[in-house]
Structure formats: C-alpha cells, structure tokens
Ligand binder design. Structure first.
Ligand SMILES: *Cc1c(COP(=O)(O)O)cnc(C)c1O
Length: 340
C-alpha cells in the first residue's frame, strides 16, 4: 500500500465523482453553452454571494487572471514573501502582467494591515512603481496551511479601500480554512474584489479552479482567460466533478486536519525531529535534526517503505493529508514513524 503525502493534489476521482462526471450534460463552454459549467459557476458565485464566477483549468491561471484584472504593466502588488503567486507561478506576475511584487516579511504566510500600509508606495512619488493590488493567501501553503485571522483580513480590506487598491484572495485551500475556523463563504465574498478557489486540492477533483468577482470583472476575465489559452470545450465533465465535490467533500476536510495534527504529535515526540511547525489544517511542515540523519535521508528511508513526502527547501519537509489518505494508511504511517 503506497502512502502518498506529497500533496492534496494526488487524489483520484472517487466512484461517486466518476458517476457524476459520466452522466454530465455537456456543451461547448467556449460558447458558454455547457449547462454543467454554467451551473457550477452559478452555484459557487451564489455560495460566496458574489455576482459571477468563471471556471478555469488551474489555480495558477485564476490567480494570474486576477492579477491582470487589477493591474497595469509597471505597477506593483503587495504579498507575503511565501505567496504562491510569487514563489510557484513561474514568474507569471512579471511575464503575464508586467508587474513587480513588494514582499512582506510576514508570519507563516500571513501579514498585518500595518505591514501592508508601510509597503504602499506614495502614488504621487512617480519614481516608484504604483501600488495597485494586495494579494493574500488562505490557507497559506508555504506557511504550513496557516489560517488567517479574519479580523486582520478585514483591516487589510479597509486599507485597500482607503488607498483604492484591488484586493485578491488566493483561496486555493480556502475550504480548509473555512472548515477549520467555522467561517462562511459569504464573509469572504463580501470582503474581497476577487477570490480564487481550487477544486483539485482538498476537494479531490481531477482538474479545476474558479475565479469569483463582479459581473464586470468576469466579463474581463473571460477575455484574459482566452488570451492565456484557458478556454475549454465540453468541460462540463469536469464541472460535474466539482459540483459533486462541493456537495460531498467539504465537511470531511476536518478529518484531514485531525490526521495532520496526529502526525504532528507523533513527529514531535521523535528524537530525530528538530521542529514541527504549528499544524492548523492539512499541512505538516517539519525539520530533521541533522545530527541523526539528513532530511533527504529521511525522505529516502520513507520511500523505501513506500511512503512519499516532499522537501520544501531550506531543510523543511512537508506532508499533506487528503481525501485518498485513509485511516488504514494513517495507522500504518504512525507506526512507521515510531519505528525510526
Ligand atoms: C496549488 C495552489 C495554487 C494553484 O495551483 P495549480 O496547480 O495551478 O492549480 C494557487 N495557490 C496556492 C496557495 C496553491 O497551493
């Protein structure tokens, strides 16, 4: 039995999801004639109380589209130094939008409103790039699945209003944050100009993300999606998976969080562990005491036992729990960890 904890993207569609996909009614979504895609977009827009939504092939494309929507070339956005848009989107911020990133030295992927204020360039100082957008990420991936304090997000929202900045949420794992903090999508819909959510992470879909915002934003977004090559045809098969996941796979994220915390408890008690970062959702980030073994040795030793995990650089290792990580796998992993 292979145990794959590399990411929550390694899941495969469940039997129920495959059934929903196979019985989907489809059409050509490039002509906006796929009823299942239209239904998904309406469902998620309604869930967040936002005017409109647009289905995308990837989370990267939703974020890149949002950045393009809110900025002009040579402008600057503000984000945390751990942000996915800065670290893991191939430099698309500069390539696709011609925009630079002003990085905040935040706390595990989160930042404060005061830090945002101090990063805004004065708009009349024409020597500096014009600040036009603030991007936040919830949960913060590289921060270890960190959940934001909603009050701080509101304060940053106020700063954005005062300074007329766009406010985008990279909510690839927002489902995890909302389940963990018992929050409501309407809160997020009210606060942000645009929100991106992933369906292929915790929710277990094979493909798909959505961008949410005003009707006007989505009319522009469909043009940018075209420009980025992201129009899909009978994508209702994928949208059907998403609708199924929204109905069946959100509440169960609490199980992933519980297992991640249990992994953390076992790890922290092992002598070869230097540090386990706080575990808030489904991501476990930890470091090996290299006087016992190197991090890469540990990854290799697990691999010999058919357990797959990933390095995050700077000696940090990561495990992510997900839909296909069963209780049997969990028990096996915990017993293997105590055998080291
Ligand atoms: C995974 C992820 C994305 C999008 O990734 P894709 O692989 O392009 O779908 C965006 N933001 C965060 C925080 C992520 O973890």
């Amino acid at each position: 039995m292979q145990i794959n904890l590399i990411s929550d993207t390694v899941t495969k569609p469940t039997a129920g999801m495959l059934d929903a996909m196979m019985s989907a009614t489809v059409g050509d979504d490039v002509f906006k004639e796929d009823p299942t895609v239209n239904a998904l977009e309406e469902k998620v827009a309604h869930l967040f109380g936002m005017e409109a939504a647009l289905f995308f092939p990837s989370g990267t494309m939703t974020n890149q589209t949002a950045i393009k929507l809110h900025t002009q070339p040579a402008e600057q956005l503000i984000c945390d130094k751990y942000a996915h848009i800065y670290n893991y989107e191939g430099g698309g911020v500069s390539f696709n939008s011609g925009v630079s990133c002003r990085l905040i030295d935040g706390n595990r992927g989160t930042m404060t409103a005061a830090q945002v204020v101090s990063a805004i360039n004065p708009p009349d100082f024409y020597h500096s790039p014009l600040t036009s957008l603030v991007c936040v990420e919830n949960t913060a991936n590289k921060g270890g699945g960190t959940c934001w304090d909603f009050n701080e997000l509101e304060k940053i929202g106020e700063v954005c209003k005062q300074h007329k900045l766009g406010y985008h949420l990279d909510g690839a794992r927002l489902w995890n944050a909302m389940v963990e903090k018992k929050e409501n999508p309407l809160q997020y819909g009210q606060l942000f100009d645009t929100v991106s959510v992933c369906l292929s992470k915790g929710l277990g879909c094979p493909v798909g993300s959505l961008l949410l915002g005003t009707k006007e934003h989505m009319e522009q977004a469909i043009r940018i999606r075209k420009l980025f090559g992201g129009g899909m045809r009978q994508s209702g098969f994928l949208a059907a998976a998403a609708i199924y996941a929204l109905d069946h796979h959100i509440d169960r994220l609490a199980e992933d969080h519980k297992r991640a915390k249990e992994i953390g408890e076992v790890l922290v008690a092992r002598p070869f562990i230097k540090k386990v970062e706080p575990i808030e959702t489904n991501i476990v980030i930890f470091e090996i005491d290299e006087s016992y073994m190197t991090s890469m040795d540990f990854v290799e030793k697990l691999k010999e036992k058919d357990i797959l995990i990933i390095g995050m650089g700077q000696g940090k290792l990561r495990m992510v729990t997900h839909l296909d990580y069963t209780q049997a796998m969990h028990e096996q992993l915990l017993s293997q960890l105590v055998s080291f």
